[in-house]
Design a protein around this ligand. Structure first.
Ligand code: DP6
Length: 345
């Protein structure tokens, strides 16, 4: 049975995707439309239980246009980024048939079918906690399932990238590298898994949420400003990051915490320096430190501790110094780094 308007069926898929925290940052694009970065980056994908997006996508011949609700509120789907992801996925849809329910959707049907999307973040949205990473990765993953797209995760990562750069890394668990690629069409700008979620499961990540307000400047415009006004960004992208990426890959492979922490801290300092145009924070990481730190695009601190014992002590200190406020001025999330992309569909 072909999908025709007036039929009553609804087909849906639900997926859950965690966010990721970069330890070597993506900051700056060489192509704004395709979202192609000026350097490779490396991240850790978090445990899905704590900071994740859950997205349900549904298709029915009764739907007259595409609609999306984020955290209970309908938002516009007209943005170029959503549309780019939709176009890429629709062009890869394949025939689908559910004989029991009498549903048959052909690739051609997707030219006229519409979807409804409901997406929910279990953490503050746009507060600099990489909500767009989890959100766009989950959207692309669930739509790909719904449209019966038969591409592997690396291809899907190149599609999610066009929704939000950091989203491409959330398609994988564990430690992930986004290879900047060389091609102008972005076909080789994809995410690859460096090590899976079981590789280094001593690490514990604590995120101290000091503000859940939406950030004033988006990462997109922040990095555009940096690329347009900073001479140093080119030096970072060409000279500093390639070496650091290599060292970080080695540190992850060997589970070498002092090197991992030194590189992550050095990267955030250089990154903050560029973002703030010349007011560098002090670098006070010591090789015997048990905790590495980084920030995403907001004020919330991401602390990566060597093991569970250190994490417990750290959390004790944090709770003593900064007791949780009832209005969520400060909450602490404890997160193991092991993670999988859950397909609940
Ligand atoms: C500081 O991926 O949100 O978190 O590609 O413009 O959507 P767009 O930006 P986005 O930027 C993330 C910036 C960062 C660093 C990182 O995740 O690597």
């Amino acid at each position: 049975m072909a999908a025709e308007v007036g039929e009553k069926w609804v087909l849906s898929v639900t997926a859950q995707t965690p966010t990721n925290i970069a330890v070597i940052k993506y900051w700056g694009k060489r192509d704004e439309e395709l979202i192609l970065p000026i350097n490779d980056s490396i991240s850790v994908t978090l445990d899905p239980g704590h900071l994740c997006t859950t997205t349900s996508v549904a298709v029915s011949p009764a739907f007259t246009h595409d609609r999306i609700w984020l955290n209970g509120k309908e938002v516009s789907l007209s943005g170029g980024r959503f549309q780019n992801c939709f176009r890429e996925l629709r062009s890869r849809a394949t025939d689908f048939e559910d004989e029991n329910r009498g549903i048959k959707i052909t690739k051609k049907d997707w030219e006229k079918l519409h979807v409804h999307i409901v997406s929910y973040n279990n953490f503050p949205t746009a507060a600099g906690l990489a909500s767009s990473a989890a959100g766009l990765a989950c959207l692309v993953f669930s739509l790909a399932k719904l449209m019966n797209v038969k591409e592997d995760h690396s291809k899907l990562s190149a599609i999610a990238r066009q929704g939000s750069g950091s989203a491409c890394r959330s398609l994988y668990g564990g430690f992930v590298k986004w290879i900047m690629g060389k091609e102008d069409n972005g076909s080789d700008s994809i995410a690859v898994q460096l090590a899976d979620e079981k590789h280094w499961d001593d690490l514990v990540i604590i995120i101290a949420v000091v503000s859940s307000k939406q950030k004033e400047t988006s990462s997109t415009s922040g990095m555009r400003d940096t690329v347009e006004t900073s001479a140093l960004i080119k030096h970072r992208a060409k000279e500093v990051v390639p070496k650091r990426i290599k060292e970080m890959e080695e540190a992850i492979a060997k589970r070498d915490f002092p090197s991992f922490a030194r590189l992550a801290c050095a990267d955030i300092h250089r990154h903050e320096f560029l973002r703030n145009q010349g007011s560098p924070p002090r670098l006070d990481y010591k090789d015997n430190s048990q905790v590495a730190y980084t920030f995403d695009a907001g004020p919330n601190a991401v602390l990566i501790s060597k093991d569970r014992k250190t994490a417990a002590l750290l959390l004790q200190r944090l709770l003593f110094q900064f007791p949780p406020q009832s209005d969520t001025d400060l909450n602490s999330y404890v997160i193991g780094d092991k993670t999988i992309l859950k397909d609940a569909g």
